[in-house]
Design a protein around this ligand. Structure first.
Ligand code: PDD
Length: 287
């Protein structure tokens, strides 16, 4: 039985209930995280918790749990669900809570709603250019809002963009701004490789500061063999890249071999992907 956490209690997921006046439900007024655990070992737990605390502070949700208390809570939830699957993702969601009316202003004296549950995730992909799953993407102009650095539960903009790709038979939708500069994917960050250099858009309000992105950059820098840069990337550069990757907590580093019906680089999974994924795989549990 899948066990969830809701406002201080562990209970069967099927019994978890919230009010329809919860501001998460009415307004998407909340912050969330998705954290992977492979065989009980988390990837980037501290970084995920810190990003959540930053998001909560930015939208002024006062949640009294410390980073240490979050760590214990999420680890306890994983422990209680360890019979469910070898690898589990934790979804954790903090909304501003339930008011007694629908009114846009932040209410006073309302306790945040805290919900978390686990779900089975796949084994990591093989570090093998010939065997790894390849992705096919379409691209479109990023029509979300201007606060994409906040991991908000209000995901309609992302959902619409993901659906555009899904309806077109592709795996994800790559997004660019009005200046034709790469932002991210509808549910992932994006990297390109050109002439042996790994490039990814720098952090600003147009993209989520992905934890997988952070671990890739830091582990590549620590390894020292592959140069990596965070900077503005034009869509021309994306279209002439040697390699294209999408990254997230659920996909890790996924190689993209088709974009808008054209081959990326040679049309095969690249050499740098294989090296970078090996470096990431060796380092990921250290974060
Ligand atoms: N998505 N950008 C967006 C818009 C995302 O939704 C995600 C993650 C990322 C990658 O972030 P991270 O490496 O921290 O997972 C980037 C999650 C997994 C989701 O919504 O399910």
């Amino acid at each position: 039985m899948s066990i969830a956490y809701l406002n201080g209690d562990f209970l069967p997921l099927s019994e978890a209930r919230i009010s329809p006046l919860d501001r998460g439900f009415l307004f998407g007024d909340g912050i969330y995280e998705v954290i992977p655990y492979y065989q009980g070992q988390s990837v980037g737990l501290g970084l995920h918790i810190q990003r959540m605390l930053n998001g909560l502070a930015e939208i002024e949700i006062d949640c009294s749990l410390s980073a240490e208390q979050w760590r214990n809570l999420l680890n306890d939830l994983i422990e209680k669900n360890s019979d469910q699957a070898n690898n589990l993702g934790v979804y954790v969601h903090v909304s501003r809570g339930t008011d007694d009316k629908r009114y846009h202003a932040y209410p006073e004296g309302v306790e945040p709603t805290i919900f978390a549950y686990t779900f089975a995730i796949k084994d990591p992909e093989p570090v093998d250019r010939e065997k790894v799953t390849q992705y096919s993407l379409i691209s479109t102009e990023d029509l979300r809002w201007q606060r994409c650095h906040i991991k908000s539960t209000a995901l309609l903009g992302n959902v619409i963009h993901f659906q555009q790709g899904y309806s077109a038979g592709s795996d994800e939708t790559l997004l660019y701004n009005a200046e034709h500069q790469l932002t991210e994917g509808s549910a992932c960050n994006v990297f390109i490789v050109k002439d042996g250099v790994v490039l990814t858009p720098k952090l600003d309000n147009q993209i989520l500061p992905g934890i997988t992105r952070r671990i890739i950059i830091d582990s590549l820098k620590a390894d020292g063999m592959i140069p990596v840069e965070e900077r503005t990337i034009s869509m021309e550069e994306v279209r002439s890249a040697d390699e294209l990757w999408i990254t997230s907590s659920s996909k890790e580093i996924a190689p993209v071999t088709q974009l808008d019906g054209h081959s990326v680089g040679s049309g095969k999974v690249g050499e740098i992907w294989e090296k970078a994924f090996a470096i990431y795989t060796a380092a990921k549990f250290l974060y």
